[in-house]
Write a protein that binds this ligand. Structure first.
Ligand SMILES: CC(C)(COP(=O)(O)OP(=O)(O)OC[C@H]1O[C@@H](n2cnc3c(N)ncnc32)[C@H](O)[C@@H]1OP(=O)(O)O)[C@@H](O)C(=O)NCCC(=O)NCCS
Length: 181
């Protein structure tokens, strides 16, 4: 049976960083590289992830298939000076390597990010996605994200403008467990 696990990570071993970079390359080549149009060279990719782990307002989640990192997502919080928007977070860079799709990793990552946002006291989670990403749109809409707007000039890919869809989800309030213990 295939073991499917998601976790929030504060550090990455060299092996994990290599696997995450391989999976990121594949996700970029597949056509949605959270900004990158072509895979950057390996040292830049490793530096990118090391940087993410250093930024307090960014949290990295990874998905493993039989122990190997094959998927990822990030939760971005507003910077501390932006107190007015501290109630919301942004889900971004949410992808699964093409060879690892269909095992439920994307949904598990989404649930992990939502749970973390709630634990941090956030009441809203935002995201935006290229209008061409049908699978992701299906996933977000099926999980309670409301489409509130579309930006026609969202991303420029091979000289062609692609629209982006913007979503927000109101998170259920996290009740404190009143049970003794
Ligand atoms: C979207 C994506 C993350 C889904 O990954 P996945 O591991 O296959 O997803 P899961 O197995 O967890 O499936 C969860 C749900 O996603 C949706 N989904 C997944 N593949 C789909 C497809 N081919 N067509 C339509 N919906 C699909 C469904 O709602 C599915 O739920 P269901 O199985 O109950 O129908 C993956 O296709 C991907 O990485 N796409 C490119 C990156 C991207 O678009 N990211 C979003 C913006 S950053």
């Amino acid at each position: 049976m295939t073991a499917v696990v998601v976790e929030r990570v504060g550090e990455l071993s060299d092996q994990d960083l290599g696997d995450l970079s391989d999976a990121t390359d594949a996700a970029i080549l597949d056509g949605n590289g959270f900004g990158w149009l072509r895979p950057p060279d390996r040292s830049r990719l490793r530096a990118y992830y090391r940087g993410i782990l250093l930024i307090p307002e960014r949290e990295l989640f990874i998905g493993r298939l039989d122990g190997t990192i094959v998927a990822s997502a990030q939760l971005w919080r507003a910077p501390r000076n932006n107190e007015a928007q501290g109630f919301s977070g942004t889900l971004t860079a949410h992808w699964v390597a093409p060879w690892a799709r269909g095992h439920g990793l994307a949904r598990l990552l989404l649930q992990a990010v939502e749970a973390r946002a709630q634990a941090l006291g956030m009441t809203h989670l935002k995201l935006d996605v290229r209008a061409s990403q049908d699978a992701a749109i299906q996933l977000y809409e099926a999980n309670g994200f409301k489409h509130w707007g579309t930006l026609p000039a969202y991303a420029k890919i091979d000289g062609r403008m692609v629209a982006g869809r913007f979503y927000v989800k109101k998170l259920a309030r996290k009740h404190k467990n009143k049970a003794i213990n």
